[in-house]
Ligand binder design. Structure first.
Ligand SMILES: [Zn+2]
Length: 326
């Protein structure tokens, strides 16, 4: 081959590499710009809570266009061989920011994405992790719940957070489910997953890391943010008794914290649920109505909880319907 021909080939290869790189780069920028609004007022902030363990604390707000539905605590654990992600955020865009933040810390494969339950603030970031090809794990009753409520949640969030932030948000079901307990291995860390009876929802799952003694409670524990009952008022209190036996030292709640002492952190939520139960039983015994329950029950617990007026009336009416038949 002549030298001239060689040079021509090399020039061709270089321009091809350059063009490919350039267009990939442009594509990445276009993807970010076209689908996800950048929110300077609410940057993605990660907290290191233990060795190889990180949490993003959600804001105590209802869904708004300004928060990208980033209202839940989400986090990840880096093991010797792989990473486990625990909940993915409230939108594709929230999940995407989460993934790029994880990648600044570790390039290990994301082997597992665990959803503590199906509520959209915990699962709607799943799509951002799809290309990482993880095993998506959830409670055995999670798929049924998402089949019932998923599209309703998606439509609600599009209305509240906006089409742009929610674009690309898809409902991703677990590829593996937990009916009782399951252990996953990250190399040097074995995480214990446990499924519960109806409590916050009918499909709550916790993650316990014995190496750090941290339990990830999902929404089985709320701190600061008023607890939300979407399962059973009585069932939740029973599950809290079971939870208290887990030999953890710290807990990451689904909202608030993000790292609290265990089992001490259960106390405020227990007081709230107990008071609500007691108040509702009194109202029911006196022949009171659901609207009396909504305005009266649990009010003595108002101090210390954020978004109380948004969530307590709903908890009271759900609890009323449950306790009415005792
Ligand atoms: Zn929840």
């Amino acid at each position: 081959m002549s030298n001239k021909k060689n040079i021509k080939i090399i020039v061709c290869i270089i321009s091809l590499i350059y063009l490919t790189h350039f267009s990939l780069h442009n594509q990445a920028i276009a993807d970010t710009n076209s689908t996800c609004p950048t929110l300077k007022e609410q940057p993605f902030k990660l907290t290191k809570i233990a060795e190889d363990t990180y949490v993003r604390k959600g804001v105590h707000q209802i869904f708004t266009p300004q928060n990208l539905a980033a209202i839940a605590n989400i986090g990840f654990i880096v093991g010797k061989n792989s990473i486990a992600v625990i909940d993915t955020g409230g939108s594709y865009c929230d999940g995407k920011r989460f993934l790029s933040t994880i990648r600044k810390i570790s390039n290990k494969p994301i082997a597992y994405v665990i959803n503590t339950h199906a509520h959209p603030d915990h699962t709607f970031g799943n799509q951002a992790f799809k290309a990482e090809n993880p095993v998506f794990i959830g409670h055995e009753k999670l798929p049924r719940f998402l089949a019932d409520r998923g599209s309703l949640y998606l439509n609600n969030l599009k209305r509240l957070v906006g089409e742009q932030a929610m674009s690309n948000t898809k409902i991703i079901l677990p590829t593996k489910t937990v009916s009782d307990t399951m252990t996953i291995d990250l190399g040097n860390k074995q995480l214990i997953l446990k499924a519960y009876q109806t409590a916050h929802t009918d499909h709550d799952l916790t993650v316990y890391d014995p190496s750090t003694k941290i339990i990830w409670a999902g929404d089985l524990l709320f701190a600061e943010h008023t607890p939300v009952i979407d399962g059973s008022l009585i069932g939740w209190q029973k599950v809290m008794d079971q939870l208290a036996k887990i030999p953890a030292k710290y807990v990451v709640p689904g909202h608030g914290g993000p790292l609290l002492e265990w089992p001490k952190a259960l106390a405020p939520q227990r007081a709230y649920l107990q008071t609500l139960t007691k108040d509702l039983r009194t109202i029911i015994q006196k022949g009171g109505t659901m609207s009396e329950a909504e305005s009266g029950a649990g009010q003595s617990q108002k101090k210390g909880w954020v978004l109380f007026d948004q969530f307590n009336p709903r908890n009271a009416s759900n609890g009323f319907a449950e306790l009415e038949w005792e």
